[in-house]
Design a protein around this ligand. Structure first.
Ligand SMILES: [Zn+2]
Ligand SMILES: [Zn+2]
Length: 181
């Protein structure tokens, strides 16, 4: 029988241990930049950065309910992440990511559609806790989220990893439209 950590905690606390809010407490002069970036961020109860984050970390994890995350979570992808960044019409960024999207039949004219689709799918997956924790540094905690879109050049669909930054109060922000760490 499978008995997960969240099952165990539900039994312990008598309620579903769904989500946590990372809370940094000002209890010392030493404000570590990583904990400050995590302050106020929401994570699935079984998928959050290691806590305590380091010896003498004063941060706490507050339980929040599934309904709170559902009502508060938002996903934002800046239009500029697609036009000009992803499709790179001036060949300025030279990352070659445009070639992948172009080979699936997409062009810079799809930027708005992609922005909306990325936001919709990433929000659904974030709310389900269907993300992978990526790099955490003084800029914040990154998440990887799988996005699936139809191919426009032929039948079928294509899945790839996108990179997001976790912001306070249930917001996630697109970092990179293809690839993530
Ligand atoms: Zn810290
Ligand atoms: Zn801390």
């Amino acid at each position: 029988m499978d008995f997960s950590l969240s099952d165990f905690l539900s039994v312990l606390y008598g309620e579903p241990y769904d989500w946590v809010k990372w809370v940094h407490r000002n209890l010392s002069d030493n404000h570590c930049p990583e904990c400050l970036m995590l302050d106020g961020c929401f994570f699935k109860g079984d998928n959050h950065p290691p806590h305590p984050h380091h010896p003498f970390c004063h941060c706490i994890l507050e339980n929040i309910s599934q309904s709170e995350i559902k009502s508060q979570a938002t996903a934002f992808a800046a239009y500029q992440k697609f036009d000009p960044y992803l499709f790179d019409p001036e060949d300025f960024y030279k990352h070659g990511k445009n070639k992948a999207f172009e080979s699936w039949g997409y062009s810079i004219n799809d930027s708005n559609w992609l922005k909306n689709e990325f936001e919709k799918q990433a929000l659904q997956k974030y709310i389900l806790g269907d993300y992978k924790l990526g790099k955490l540094d003084e800029h914040g905690q990154r998440l990887s989220i799988e996005i699936k879109i139809p191919r426009k050049d032929k039948e079928g669909s294509i899945s790839f990893t996108t990179g997001w930054m976790v912001c306070p109060n249930g917001k996630i922000k697109l970092n990179t439209p293809l690839g993530g760490k």
